[in-house]
Write a protein that binds this ligand. Structure first.
Ligand SMILES: C[S@@+](CC[C@H](N)C(=O)[O-])C[C@H]1O[C@@H](n2cnc3c(N)ncnc32)[C@H](O)[C@@H]1O
Length: 213
């Protein structure tokens, strides 16, 4: 899998070409393939994504659920309430429809900090909301008892901690947050994939056997 993150990804699933044209920091390194493969392997029944933008990761996971024949992903975003580069809800919904992925995807508005209140349990959580170290800490305190399989978070490498906006706005870095979470959550294993923008995959050791059909 890692070799795909170092070069152009081969086309392996229907719709991948459309997804690869979307703007996303994930696109250049083939992370869409990673999200697709993770969801194919884990077969999550309930997946949640927080931070949609144009839908690159949302649609990659939705394509895997389609190919699994089971599961649903609900994507949340602040849409126009987010003052910086944000998702356009109608555009995302049109894209979902054009790819025939409506049976596998819901799109809803919501603030990252409140979405855990809507869910008792999910299998797969992906968080990509201009993450900082504090995003990681908050998401783990809110979700670690609710997520059965994996929590995937954008970022985690030293290079990602040094991006301009993290430095200029004095944002808390992610690397020390991952270190803290490793110590605080022995029931979770943490793997950081380094190719930029980097991705942290936290696996729930206790429940990795409890995947969908
Ligand atoms: C980096 S983009 C997401 C990229 C997307 N996951 C992809 O695959 O390309 C970040 C998104 O998070 C949204 N966002 C930022 N802060 C948020 C918050 N507190 N709650 C929900 N969404 C938020 C923004 O509107 C934006 O669409």
């Amino acid at each position: 899998m890692l070799q795909y993150l170092e070069g152009p990804s081969p086309i392996v699933f229907a719709g991948q070409r459309q997804i690869d044209t979307l703007q996303s920091s994930y696109a250049a390194r083939g992370y869409g393939m990673l999200f697709y493969a993770l969801a194919r392997v884990l077969r999550p029944l309930q997946a949640v994504e927080i931070g949609i933008y144009q839908g690159f990761s949302l649609l990659s996971i939705a394509a895997a659920l389609r190919d699994n024949g089971v599961g649903r992903i609900t994507g949340y975003d602040l849409f126009e309430s987010y003052p910086y580069r944000h998702a356009d809800r109608d555009d995302v919904c049109r894209r979902v429809e054009a790819m025939g992925l409506e049976p596998w995807v819901s799109v809803d508005a919501g603030d990252a900090l409140r979405i855990h209140e809507r869910w008792d349990a999910v299998d797969y959580l992906h968080v990509d909301v201009s993450n900082t170290g504090d995003t990681y800490r908050r998401m783990f305190s809110q979700w670690s008892t609710k997520v059965r399989q994996v929590i995937v978070l954008e970022g985690g490498s030293p290079e990602r901690d040094r991006v301009r906006w993290m430095i200029d706005y004095d944002k808390p870095p992610i690397v020390p947050a991952v270190h803290e979470l490793r110590l605080a959550h022995p029931g979770w294993s943490f793997t950081v994939l380094q190719p930029f923008p980097s991705v942290t995959i936290a696996c729930n050791r206790n429940a990795m056997g409890a995947v969908g059909p």
